[in-house]
Structure formats: C-alpha cells, structure tokens
Design a protein around this ligand. Structure first.
Ligand SMILES: Cc1cc2nc3c(=O)[nH]c(=O)nc-3n(C[C@H](O)[C@H](O)[C@H](O)COP(=O)(O)OP(=O)(O)OC[C@H]3O[C@@H](n4cnc5c(N)ncnc54)[C@H](O)[C@@H]3O)c2cc1C
Length: 435
C-alpha cells in the first residue's frame, strides 16, 4: 500500500513563489528541476528581479551580484516565469494565489534596520545604514535620498553591513570602477568625505560578527590608516576569533603616509547617548575600554546594528499568519511554505539562503510525494489571476528592456545606471514594447 502511495502522487501543475530574491530564485530552480513540466511563476512587487542581490549587496561587490546570471538562465529559457510589478497583498491576494496554484512559497524577505534606541538616537545626523544602502543601490520603491554625512563619523556595529559602510566611507570614486553604484549619491558623499571614522563593536573581536574576508578587504584601500582597541583577546581555542584578531593586527600594521582618512575600531564599547541640540555633536559611550575616550566628538552616527525581525508592513499580504522566525520547517500549511529571510529571520548571507531554499524544496517534494499538497483541478495557474494584474505585470523579457536601458545609460567607469523610479521602469518597458 505504501509503495502505491509513494508512486501514485500527482505532481503539482502550478507553483507560485512570492519574492524574487535569492531564496525565491533558488527555490524556483530546485522545484523546476524536480518538476520541469510544472508552471513556476516568481512574483515580485518590483519591476526588476533579485531582491537584495540587486538592492542590498554593496555596489562594489559585483562578484557577489554575479550570482544572478544563473537565475537569468532559468527565467530566459522559459522554465520559470518572472512576474514583476505584482505585489501580493496589493495587486494580487494571497487567496487568489492559493486558488490558482498547487504550491505557494512565500519568499518575500524582511529587511528593515533596527533603530538605535538610545537617547539622542533620533537627532539629525543619526543615519540608518539602510538609507545609505538604498541610495547607493538606487532602490526604487520608495526611492531614498542619500543622507548627508559629515567629516567625523561614528559607525555603530561591526557586522558585515557595518563593514560595507566603512568601505563606502573610505573608498574613492576610482574604487567603484566597473560597479553599478548610483553615481549621484556617491558623488554627493565624495564632495566632502569623512576623514575620521570610529567603529564601535559591542562584542570583543573574538565574538564580532564581521567576516574575516571583509576585514582584510579594507586593507586593500589606499590612503587609510587603521587602528583598533580590543581589551578581550580571543582565547587560544577560538580559531575564528584569532583569525579576526590577526586580520585587524595586519590592518593596523599597514604603513600609510599622509592618510586621507583614519579609521579606529573600538571593541567592547557600547553607545550610551548621543548629544547635540539641533544636530549630532558627540556620542557618549556607556562602557569604554580602558584607555579609550568615553566621549567621541562627531557630526554623524551611522547605525548598522542588524535588522528588525518584526518590522511591520513586510507581510501585509498575510497578516493572519505567524512569521516568527523558525529554522525547522518551511511548511505553514499544506501547499503553503516560506523560505529565506521570511522563514529564518533577517540574518545570513546568500549561501545560507541557497541551503535553506534547497531544504524547503526537499520538504515540498516530500510533501507532494506523500500527497500532502494543495492540488485542485480547477486551478489555472497564472492564467487564473486577474486580467488587470497580468496586464500590468513585467515579464523577464520586459525586464531586459529595463536592463538594456540601464546599461546604455551607464556613466564612464560604471556598468549600469540604475533607474531609480518604479514608474520610469514601467514607462521604459511600455516604450520598448509598443514600438
Ligand atoms: C545591506 C545588505 C547587504 C548584504 N550584503 C550581502 C553580501 O555582500 N553577500 C551576501 O551573500 N549576502 C548579503 N546580504 C544578505 C542577502 O542579501 C540576504 O541573505 C538575502 O537577500 C535574503 O534573501 P531573500 O530572498 O530571503 O530576501 P530578499 O533578497 O529581501 O528578497 C525578497 C523579495 O521579495 C519581494 N517582495 C517583498 N514583498 C513582496 C510582496 N508582497 N509581493 C511580491 N514580492 C514581494 C522583494 O521585492 C524582494 O525582491 C546583504 C543584506 C543586506 C540587507
């Protein structure tokens, strides 16, 4: 009997994935590989695919962004459909997807900066790293202007996003050769770049979050003098902590004549309050390692202290569902799953999401093979969705028109000039397709 059940299942005919970031795309790939005849559609609220690969990963990390080429192939050969400009919860209801698809996978991510909740944390001059990332990556919906950044900057946090911030603060225009950085946002900063940067890490080096490779990368940037203070050395058995320590020691040992900028890392330091009347004037440390000043005069504080796991508005399409982060299972109910940051919470890089997508795909396959899925005869997949939503959708071929227009508009030294406005993207598609 169990043998009959194991071989008697029907494959899903229609699979919907909400979100075209890495977790959605990896899941689409894995499910398409398993069921090449199923219709797989990846929806995104934006007109362009790839989520934080395009809009979070730093512009000077094009090698990381290049992962999109493998997704391009899945979309281009027709195996997986991209349906951009289709926001679930606004343009389409989750219930409409459930009615028309056998399997629905939610991969809509969650990314909103955690706010710095100390006195003075709302003063002008306090900037969240996300606003800088948005401006440099030209996020369109909504477009966020580049914040004003002064000469004396404190970065709060020492994870990878904080180090993205440090790289941005110390790089020159030439360092963005071959990138797709939003030039206007970059130039605004480079007109009067920071000359003194302090980076605060609550943890000692041994427990700091930044990858060693990210620390080493800083040392390749010319004209920067690095120093650091760390009062709790890593223990002998903490191999990673010791590697990180070594990387910082190498940074600090670099000889630099006439540095244009100084960067000082303080490990084991907690910000206590930000002082200023109309604008940031100083940051007072709650706890400072011996020998370090407890007041840092500055004009800008950039916080990069992780993401708010419960940021409102990220899942307006399914407010009735519980999205508490969970590692164990992607299944929400039969036929409905979640993956990536929406499932695990906003931490971990793209490879972690690849692994998660593969796990959830396996779970889906096992459920289907056990006939535990949401098959219904009347489901029509994409064709069953409201005509109006489909008429406004941006297909993968449409996106290529946006892509081409962006590449054509690239300034010298840049590989593209991203369109910053959602409506302009749609107009670009219309102009190209009604010729
Ligand atoms: C600033 C920053 C820098 C990073 N740098 C790196 C790096 O250098 N290397 C690295 O490996 N990782 C990096 N990461 C981590 C990496 O980006 C994440 O691990 C990964 O993008 C999470 O993937 P995801 O698919 O779960 O979510 P996302 O990438 O956020 O994708 C979610 C997608 O869902 C769409 N969406 C949301 N709501 C809806 C809706 N209602 N309807 C339809 N679509 C919707 C969004 O538009 C988006 O395209 C960085 C992250 C950040 C924030």
């Amino acid at each position: 009997m169990s043998e009959i059940l194991a071989t008697d299942h029907a494959a899903p005919r229609h699979i919907a994935i909400v979100g075209s970031g890495p977790s959605g795309c990896f899941t689409a790939q894995a499910l398409h590989r398993k069921w090449p005849n199923a219709e797989v559609t990846v929806f995104d609220r934006l007109a362009v695919p790839y989520g934080l690969i395009r809009y979070g990963v730093a512009a000077d990390h094009q090698h990381t962004k290049a992962i999109t080429r493998q997704f391009d192939r899945s979309f281009a050969d027709g195996g997986v459909r991209f349906a951009g400009n289709m926001e679930v919860g606004t343009d389409l209801g989750l219930d409409q997807l459930r009615q028309n698809y056998d399997i629905v996978v939610l991969a809509s991510g969650r990314w909103r900066d955690r706010a710095l909740s100390i006195p003075g944390g709302k003063l002008p001059g306090v900037v969240v790293s996300g606003d800088i990332v948005n401006a440099l990556n030209a996020v369109p919906r909504p477009a966020i202007p580049m914040p004003r950044i002064g000469r004396r900057v404190v970065v709060v946090g020492a994870g990878n996003v904080a180090l993205d911030m440090v790289r941005f603060l110390i790089k020159t225009d030439a360092d963005y050769e071959g990138s797709d950085v939003a030039s206007a946002a970059l130039q605004q900063y480079l007109e009067a770049p920071a000359t003194e940067i302090t980076v605060l890490s609550r943890s000692p080096i041994a427990a700091a979050k930044a990858d060693v490779a990210m620390v080493k990368e800083l040392g390749k940037i010319d004209g920067v003098k690095f120093s650091y203070a760390n009062t709790s050395p890593a223990t002998d058995d903490n191999a990673l902590g010791r590697k990180r320590e070594e990387a910082f020691a190498q940074l600090a040992a670099l000889e630099v004549d006439n540095p244009r900028v100084r960067v000082h890392f303080i490990f084991g330091a907690e910000p206590g309050r930000i002082r200023g009347t109309e604008h940031v004037e100083a940051l007072h440390l709650q706890a400072a390692p011996a020998g370090e000043p407890s007041v840092l005069e500055c004009d800008t504080v950039i916080s990069a202290i992780g993401f708010d796991v419960n940021a409102p508005g990220q899942w307006h399409y399914a407010q009735h569902l519980d999205f508490t982060p969970a590692d164990a299972t992607g299944r929400i109910e039969d036929g409905l799953y979640r993956v990536g940051w929406l499932k695990r919470g906003p931490h971990g890089a793209i490879p972690a999401n690849r692994a998660d997508a593969n796990e959830v795909a396996k779970e889906i396959i096992a459920d289907v093979e056990a006939d535990r899925f949401h098959a219904h005869e009347e489901a029509r997949g994409y064709e069953g969705l409201p005509e109006r939503a489909r008429a406004n959708a941006v297909s993968f071929d449409d996106w290529r028109h946006i892509d081409e227009a962006e590449v054509r508009a690239a300034e010298p030294g840049r590989i593209r000039h991203k369109i910053t406005d959602h409506d302009t993207m749609l107009a670009t598609v219309r102009a190209a397709t009604t010729k």
